[in-house]
Design a protein around this ligand. Structure first.
Ligand code: SF4
Length: 640
């Protein structure tokens, strides 16, 4: 059964699953997700019915979803109703275990010392459904005993957990669902087993009336949640979230914090916080509580994801180079060299101009969810190739619905523009002297932006702020780079007319690529924005989200490469039409960009350490949570 172990916390973190589940039916759905006391009313009040294609109830509940709903109702909903799936080490290992179980003819003798008695016959990958039970399951292995009875065997990664029942409740209920299906199809089935690949042993699972009742209640609960279209709230401070493959999609602690700050359900800590800093509870506006950079937030958001992504981008800009597939690697062949890069180490591929990718390589990239980005030789982002992508149709529908709402667009645009101006101001304050007038003007414009009533007004404010900021941009450059010309009138592009503008255009192009990938990975439509209007081929949403990051990432990289003489006047090609970077200098700028993306900072709101690349992912996911009605405010990213 593919991915069955997937989305699972490591065994040690599942202890509470067993405890919660032991109380059977009334707790189906998890006590953590159905809070009582002061939180309960607010939580219920927040439940949103998501946009739906059709309210038709799913007829058959997969046995795996029985497992999921008992583990975490939100996980079940995200996986089943919204089609979210993200691999982590546990899902990959679980898939490998199931692949072996599914393989016809795998001899039982390879499965370990305690593999059970030999049986006359064994069937693999048995798919059964029952309309009466409302269940469907693909059973890894079914043993047929000499007396005519059968026993399902469910394969799991890892070792047996140390719990009295021998296995956690969600896993026992999944196996129970399989037993019920076998019985429904006329088989005599009294025994069921879980095979733990980590110790090559199988464990018999007792199927009693209490487990059957819990399993059937879980089937009803799963169907009910999906039919209602309600995304259950995240578990609170649950160890289950550690190791959950969807933690980066769910953002349990981040969502809980933002919801509490919105004033809906203050918990004790939040009540204290509210008393200490009344400004933190405010109207729904961009950064209504001035969260960014404040010192008053409690340290309650756990860093559940690694601070930095281990995989790296593969850039190929040698004209005429060819990218092919070589086993589990990509082989990049240039005129004079060739490089082999393991697919497991690649986050995405970006190619400039005339670089060829073989069909096999492209298909493998798509299958593995590794995007391939295409840029012109001059660095203009043309597009990207991805696999089938996210199947979260609810999210797409919500994005389309929100994009038609003027008030929502204005509110989001206020946050983007206000934060961009403030981040520009921060960069200027940190890197230039004698710019007091500009700093004052930018602060004034940021305030105006935060109060702006329309997107049209914001465009004007943004334009004025850009003139002031770029008018002072050269003051952030050290004097030894004075030989590089910069148009003091501000930005010019398409094509850029001077070296610094050429660098800025190139850096913005790289950043656009990053945001297209981040929004696409989150299941959003990059072409449909809220501030930037839709236009043929324009990644409007990516441009929206990158506004506040332009100074923090792209401008910062440009200042860095100029001030540290990573590029020199000789690195630019001037023509009648404009100025462009030479390939060697481009490579050095890409390296500087990648260094910046990998740089680990303290998140201004959540207070954990995180790389800029991860910040982009989190921001895109937070926008999803906003669009799906879970949080009321998109928290822009600002530094001080
Ligand atoms: S991260 Fe936690 S709350 Fe979110 S789906 Fe996973 S287990 Fe559930």
């Amino acid at each position: 059964m593919p991915n069955d172990d997937a989305s699972r916390a490591p065994p040690s973190s599942k202890a509470d699953a067993s405890v919660a589940g032991a109380a059977a039916l009334s707790q189906v759905g998890g006590s953590e997700s159905a809070p009582t006391g002061p939180r309960a009313g607010a939580e219920r009040g927040r439940a949103k019915t998501l946009p739906r294609v059709d309210a038709a109830a799913p007829e058959l509940v997969p046995a795996r979803m029985v497992n999921e709903v008992l583990y975490c109702p939100r996980l079940m909903y995200l996986e089943w109703s919204q089609g979210e799936f993200v691999d982590n080490a546990f899902t990959v290992e679980g898939r490998a275990v199931h692949a072996r179980a599914d393989r016809p003819g795998t001899p039982r003798t390879t499965e370990g010392p305690d593999d059970g008695p030999s049986v006359p016959h064994q069937t693999r990958s048995v798919w059964l459904s029952s309309a009466r039970l409302g269940l469907t399951a693909k059973i890894d292995v079914v043993d047929h005993d000499a007396d005519g009875s059968v026993s399902p065997i469910e394969y799991k990664r890892g070792k047996r957990p140390k719990v009295v029942e021998g296995a956690y409740l969600p896993e026992r209920a999944q196996l129970c669902a399989q037993v019920l299906l076998l019985r429904e199809h006329g088989y005599r089935c009294e025994q069921a087993f879980i095979y733990y690949a980590g110790e090559k042993r199988r464990l018999e699972i007792g199927i009693d009336d209490a487990l059957i009742a819990t399993t059937l209640a879980a089937v009803d609960r799963a169907r009910e949640l999906v039919t209602l279209g309600e995304l259950p709230p995240p578990l609170v401070d649950s160890p289950k979230c550690r190791g959950c493959s969807l933690v980066g999609v769910c953002l349990p602690d981040e969502v809980t914090l933002l919801r509490a700050l919105a004033g809906g359900s203050p918990e004790p800590e939040m009540e204290q916080l509210t008393k200490a800093a009344p400004d933190l509870v405010g109207p729904l506006d961009p950064d209504p509580w001035s969260l960014a950079g404040t010192d008053v937030l409690p340290k309650r958001v756990r860093p559940l994801l690694p601070a930095r992504q281990e995989r790296q981008a593969l850039y190929v800009q040698e004209q005429g180079a060819r990218i092919g597939l070589d086993g589990y690697c990509l082989m990049v062949r240039g005129k004079e060299s060739q490089n082999r890069v393991g697919l497991a180490h690649i986050s995405h591929v970006a190619v400039w101009g005339n670089v060829q990718i073989s069909t096999q390589a492209l298909r493998t990239l798509m299958e593995r969810g590794i995007p391939a980005c295409f840029l012109t030789y001059g660095g203009w982002f043309v597009g990207h190739a991805v696999g089938a992508g996210s199947s979260n149709i609810e999210l797409r529908m919500a994005q389309h619905a929100m994009a038609t709402k003027k008030a929502t667009c204005t509110r989001l645009a206020r946050g983007f523009v206000c934060s961009k101006i403030l981040n520009c101001r921060t960069l200027l304050r940190r890197n230039a002297s004698g710019v007091d007038r500009e700093l004052l003007a930018l602060r004034h414009l940021a305030r105006k932006a935060s109060q702006s009533a329309s997107v049209e007004t914001l465009l004007g404010i943004e334009g004025t702020a850009a003139r002031i900021y770029f008018g002072a941009f050269t003051r952030m450059l050290k004097s030894r780079t004075g030989s590089l010309q910069f148009d003091l009138e501000g930005r010019n592009r398409r094509p850029p007319k001077d070296p610094v503008n050429a660098l800025l255009s190139f850096a913005y192009s790289l950043l656009t690529k990053e945001f297209v990938l981040a929004t696409r990975a989150a299941g959003l439509e990059p072409l449909l924005g809220f501030y930037h209007r839709p236009r043929f081929g324009r990644p409007a949403l990516a441009l929206d989200l990158m506004e506040e990051f332009r100074p923090l990432i792209a401008d910062s990289v440009v200042i860095n490469v100029l001030n540290n003489q990573v590029v020199a006047p000789g690195d630019f090609l001037s023509s009648m039409t404009g100025v462009a970077l030479r390939p060697a200098a481009r490579r050095r700028v890409i390296e500087a960009h990648e260094r910046r993306m990998a740089e680990v900072i303290t998140h201004p709101v959540f207070r954990y350490r995180i790389s800029y690349r991860r910040v982009l992912e989190v921001q895109a996911r937070l926008l999803c949570r906003l669009l799906l009605g879970e949080i009321d405010v998109y928290p822009p990213f600002r530094t001080r």
